[in-house]
Design a protein around this ligand. Sequence first.
Ligand SMILES: Cc1cc2nc3c(=O)[nH]c(=O)nc-3n(C[C@H](O)[C@H](O)[C@H](O)COP(=O)(O)OP(=O)(O)OC[C@H]3O[C@@H](n4cnc5c(N)ncnc54)[C@H](O)[C@@H]3O)c2cc1C
Length: 427
Amino acid sequence: MSRLLLGHFPRSLLHAPLRRTTSIRTYASATPQFDWQDPLLSKTLLTSEEIAIGETAERYCQERLLPRVLQAYRDENYDPLILREMGELGLLGATIEGYGCAGVSTVAGGLITRAVERVDSGYRSGMSVQSSLVMGGIHEFGPEELKERLLPGMARGEILGAFGLTEPNHGSDPGSMETVARAHPSKKGVYLLSGTKTWITNSPIADVLLVWAKLETTGKIRGFVVERKDCPTGTLETPAIKNKNGLRASITGMIQMEDCPVREENMFPDVEGLKGPFACLNSARYGIALGTMGALEDCISRARNYALERKQFKGNPLAKYQLVQKKLADAITDSIYGTLAAIQVGRLKDEGKATPEMISLIKRQNCDRALHNARVLQEIFGGNAVSDEYGIGRHVANLYVTQTYEGQSDIHSLILGRAITGVQAFA
Ligand SMILES: Cc1cc2nc3c(=O)[nH]c(=O)nc-3n(C[C@H](O)[C@H](O)[C@H](O)COP(=O)(O)OP(=O)(O)OC[C@H]3O[C@@H](n4cnc5c(N)ncnc54)[C@H](O)[C@@H]3O)c2cc1C
């Protein structure tokens, strides 16, 4: 039995061992009832194991994360213990096989991100960076010694990771990055990294930082796992970026390196150019696609409750008015379309049939629709939307960031446009 999700919850929550399976759970009912929370019965596309994982992740998030998020957001405070708790439940690097990870399906991994993002996109960001960007990168490209040494501790949330690609002058265009790695002038087998990365989730608390830099000799981008404990004073600084107006429940910072030493064994040996970072981003973007559907579903649920309780004009609930109903109808339509598309791409990914363009398509569409609908649903709350206690404003601010990072939506349009026309429009 995998240790996934057994930490805090009774075994009875789990229907079966958490292994990949192709069996599909079916539902039969004489008189089908419309379920506004799962309008096209997406659950019928999930295996029983995936349902169990999703339910248990939802329960952890609602019981342990939701009560913390309001204060954390106000204080712009991220508690790294959250990653420990997630580690105890097996939520970190969950799709990785071996190295203390659960080895669940891509869709199950997406159900975990959906559960976390239903509470807050910032909590999901901290988890995604750890799981998909850093653990995923080390698992896919790192040498065996690095995998064995780092992945089990990362899976437990004891070793924390950050992913440094974006630079102050190069965000959408990481190929122009300025960070360089040069051979140490006297120590064989050591590289010195110099440069600055910015807007890096988890960087102030990270023990290991997956940094992308150009090798001075070739000009090619390579991945380096910088271990904070090996960096002499003054070679690595990771100051926090404060006063954000989105994703405040996550921690974001810079990575400033000045001749920061990294052992050659910590360089990814076989991957060169943007292929490396883009492969890591591919998995994380999948998690965002299903994750943002969790945030949107929370907005729908909050707006529906509010519309049923709030009365205007002759004591009628707002829910009685057609304009309000249309907002809810639009939102559940986009939410379930996005969920179904993500499940389909997840299945294709596990079958080795998914392309990066498919991931771009669902990342772009789901982030855009989640942000658009969250903004529209916010209107239902009138003036109360401005109070953070209603939660909707926090999702709106967060979803702006999800639309912006890991490829801003317009950049994903260009990726799709290139695939449609064969013509490159980036530069
Ligand atoms: C809270 C937060 C957390 C983040 N976490 C991380 C992290 O952990 N690791 C990391 O590496 N990065 C991270 N990022 C950085 C993020 O990925 C970048 O902000 C993003 O890639 C966009 O880059 P930029 O901000 O430099 O915008 P720019 O590249 O300057 O783009 C600005 C605008 O111009 C548009 N644009 C750019 N080029 C073109 C073009 N050719 N055609 C049409 N439009 C164009 C973009 O779509 C965008 O709308 C994070 C960002 C935030 C805000």
